[in-house]
Design a protein around this ligand. Sequence first.
Ligand code: SAM
Length: 284
Amino acid sequence: MSLTFEPFANAVEYINVNAQIVSRWFETMRQRSERQFERLLDLASGAGTMVQLMLDSLPKDWHKPLITCVDRSIDALEITRQRLMPKITEKIECLCSNVEQLNVTKHSTDVVTFGNGIHYLDPEKQNQVLCRVRDSLKPGGWFLFNTAFYREARPEWTLPFYQKKVRLALKKLREKSVPREKDERRPTAADFLPREHYEKLVTDNGFELSDVVEVEAQLGQKAWEMISGYSQYAAGALHGFPIDEAATALQEAIAPAIEEHGRTDKNGNRYISRNWLAVAARAE
Ligand SMILES: C[S@@+](CC[C@H](N)C(=O)[O-])C[C@H]1O[C@@H](n2cnc3c(N)ncnc32)[C@H](O)[C@@H]1O
């Protein structure tokens, strides 16, 4: 089992919700300025989804920016490089680093994207990153980020789905006598900080909050199975267990949980809604 984020990154629901968000970011940026950007810095690049969507959304008459991708996983960066190479060849630089320790050049970047990653950092590290992002941006530059791990991400009616899948997975793990580390710390992504926290984070770090929106995605069974197979998700839902065992147990719990607590879309498929918070902030 690979436990990487890549399978979920290819889920149609994931691509669609992120594409909607990126398209809105372009609308916001173009309402404020027609300035093209020379440099794009993408934090926590993963499988390169955000960069790919940013390139796909560039107005036809704009030139392609120089791109720097940062991730702490060398494997993720390799996937990103291979995915983007045919599109941009010489204009991509990949840096293997924690985003909170990244060295930046002052006023060197026009746009910084941080897709689906900010929730992995605790508030202190988020502040460190935003301070660096602020430094790296040219005046009038943009910081764009989104997350589906914040307090309002899970509508009230979907909560029984999460409870059921965790209950079923725990039962499976107990039946197999899988041991649990008692004092294993819950990962930061499981803290689900509120929308208000992210708004304040941005303004406290000297940005103007230009656009904040919540976008609903309807995730079907396959998508939930794929995200449950991602190590950081499985660790958040079932911390303390060996990750591969936790991920398998969660994946097996999806079908019965979505059957019981999901809603049915117009094609007759079950889904659970999840909200994405998307923020566009401008360096003043
Ligand atoms: C959920 S993926 C998001 C990928 C991509 N940005 C997207 O929107 O699809 C999260 C990525 O963040 C990376 N990551 C998590 N914490 C990090 C940190 N502190 N510094 C750098 N990368 C980090 C992981 O390696 C993973 O590739």
